[in-house]
Design a protein around this ligand. Structure first.
Ligand code: NAD
Length: 300
């Protein structure tokens, strides 16, 4: 078996960011300044880091970013009022509410309050439904990033058998929908599935989005499989903090043709695709504003 290829998510993300940066210039030349609003409720340190990274990356691409911080004890009404204001503000193209929300706020209610055309996380039911119908909609960033890594690595995905491990609304389900749209044969397995190793061994592509460190072993893979490891698990190994994926990297490398490392695989793609989605949202809003005007030269 030839050596495994490491799928370089940092390099792929840099390519996406370069595309976005060029596209932002075209928007600006057409008098539109793409803008992303990021809303954080509470003081969770991990969420604060995620928000800071998103804002920094937006600014690097030339996307205007607006940050809103609400205290953890704030009532849902205050958050919903802020979302209403941002929905009505034509200068704001994307709205992202950082998850998780404090337990007293109904996450579903909040996500449904975001205008679907500004829903850069792709979590609104209208976008989820559109994705399952195979329409072009705003799509969750992590699975969209995984798809791009797969297409960069494999080219055409038609007819390939993909096994997706995990059925969350954020990763597993939209990943399955995107792979179906890309003409894969898709099997979704989850915590109640049986015969996981046997099912994985049938796969040309394995996407692991589980949250269980090193669950997927090398002998679960067929020779030449392409493996996308979405998992981010923090372990304390011998007193040292370590990030590992849902795939047992060392044993997987003995079977896989290509694999994403953790860190440096899927992670960097998530923020890059958020930037892409912000431009897609801006495009949606400006193409529907005034159909009497000639189409703007905004890249598709
Ligand atoms: P989740 O907890 O919402 O869902 C996990 C899924 O795994 C569930 O559907 C569950 O049925 C399934 N599962 C649990 N145990 C299983 C088992 N033993 N066998 C098979 N399936 C099992 O998690 P999520 O939000 O989908 O995230 C999954 C992982 O991906 C986490 O480690 C998370 O940190 C990571 N993640 C990474 C990024 C990124 O940008 N790289 C983004 C989102 C999530």
């Amino acid at each position: 078996m030839s050596a495994v290829t490491l799928i370089d998510g940092k390099a792929a993300a840099a390519r996406v960011i370069a595309e976005v940066t060029d596209e932002v210039k075209v928007f600006k030349a057409n008098g539109i300044a793409p803008a992303l609003a990021v809303v954080l409720v509470g003081e969770d340190p991990a969420s604060q880091v995620y928000v800071r990274n998103k804002v920094r990356r937006a600014e690097e691409c030339g996307i205007r970013s607006l940050e809103f911080e609400l205290p953890s004890q704030c009532q849902a009404g205050r958050l919903l009022a802020l979302i209403d204001t941002l929905n009505a503000d034509a200068s704001v193209h994307g709205i992202l509410v950082q998850l998780p929300l404090p337990a007293h706020i109904d996450e579903h209610l909040v996500l449904q309050a975001i205008a679907p055309v500004k829903d850069v996380d792709g979590f609104h039911a209208a976008n989820v439904g559109g994705l399952t119908q195979g329409r072009e909609v705003l799509t969750p960033c992590t699975p969209a990033g995984c798809l791009r890594l797969l297409q960069d690595t494999c080219g055409d995905l038609s007819g390939k058998h993909a096994v997706v491990i995990g059925r969350s609304n954020i990763v597993g389900k939209p990943m399955a929908a995107l792979l179906l749209k890309a003409h894969c044969t898709v099997t979704v397995v989850h915590s109640r599935s049986t015969h996981l190793p046997e099912l994985c061994r049938l796969a040309d592509i394995v996407v692991a989005a589980v949250g269980r460190p090193r669950l997927v072993k090398g002998d679960w893979l067929k020779d030449g499989a392409v493996v996308i490891d979405v998992g981010i698990n923090r372990l304390d190994e011998g007193g040292r903090a370590r990030l590992v994926g849902d795939v047992d990297f060392d044993s997987a490398c003995t079977r896989a043709a290509a694999i994403t490392p953790v860190p440096g695989g899927v992670g960097p793609m998530t923020i890059a695709l958020l930037m892409k989605n912000t431009l897609a949202a801006a495009r949606l809003q400006h193409s529907s504003v005034d159909r009497s005007q000639p189409a703007m030269e905004i890249p598709a």
